[in-house]
Write a protein that binds this ligand. Structure first.
Ligand SMILES: [Zn+2]
Length: 221
């Protein structure tokens, strides 16, 4: 894959997340890694109209390799995750429900089994000012063993083994945050026990949950 393709893909992902309501105005940023380069949305870009030229290519150390625009102010958060984790893409949003929960909760507990796709309960990284190394470090810690984290009084971060996976994880987190919000309006949400979570993971592994399966393939059970 070329730089051009990577910039196209990041721009398309940003537009798609804006269309879904997760990126509003200029708030949020998206990046994807290819070998030792990272394509990341530029600072101040209206993400619903993000074009490939609004995506800047940098080295893993943050030096601009291609593009005319200054990268997002959260560049160190993105680069820190590429340095310390196998993430191939990073999505940062100020999505409405994720951000609302991040203003109240210390953790988004598991109320629905689909949350296990994110690795379990989603941690809320302690508040630190945007663009700081403190915020980047807090997010790295909160993401340990997880595909997503909430940022206290700020928003969300999702990672993935591909750009599509990071986008899906950001969308799933926002859906779960909305679910928690709606359920909480009715009463205290009932949580899945560890035993119930373990049972879901075993069943998902044995049945290939979440994958498209042809009718003529044999089932395990
Ligand atoms: Zn932000």
């Amino acid at each position: 894959m070329s730089h051009e393709r990577l910039r196209d893909d990041v721009a398309a992902a940003a537009r798609g997340l804006a269309h879904e309501g997760l990126l509003v105005g200029t708030a949020g940023n998206v990046s994807a890694r290819l070998d030792d380069l990272v394509a990341v949305t530029a600072s101040g870009v209206v993400l619903a109209g993000c074009r490939p030229e609004d995506v800047t290519v940098v080295s893993l150390a943050g030096a601009v390799v291609e593009g005319e625009l200054r990268p997002t102010s959260e560049l160190s958060l993105h680069l820190g995750l590429y340095a310390d984790t196998p993430a191939a893409a990073v999505v940062h949003t100020h999505a409405p429900y994720s951000t609302a929960l991040a203003c109240v909760l210390d953790e988004l507990p598991v109320v629905h089994y689909q949350q296990l796709l994110l690795g379990g309960a989603v941690r809320v990284a302690p508040y630190a000012r945007f663009g700081t190394p403190e915020l980047a470090a807090a997010v790295r810690t909160a993401l340990d063993g997880r595909q997503a984290a909430l940022l206290a009084n700020h928003g969300s971060v999702a990672v993935g083994g591909s750009l599509d996976a990071a986008v899906d994880n950001a969308l799933l987190l926002e859906w779960l945050a909305a679910l928690h919000h709606r359920a909480s309006a009715l009463g205290a949400p009932r949580l899945l026990t560890q035993e119930e979570q373990d049972d879901v993971i075993r069943a998902a592994i044995s049945t290939g949950y979440g994958t498209v399966q042809r009718l003529d393939t044999e089932e395990d059970e």
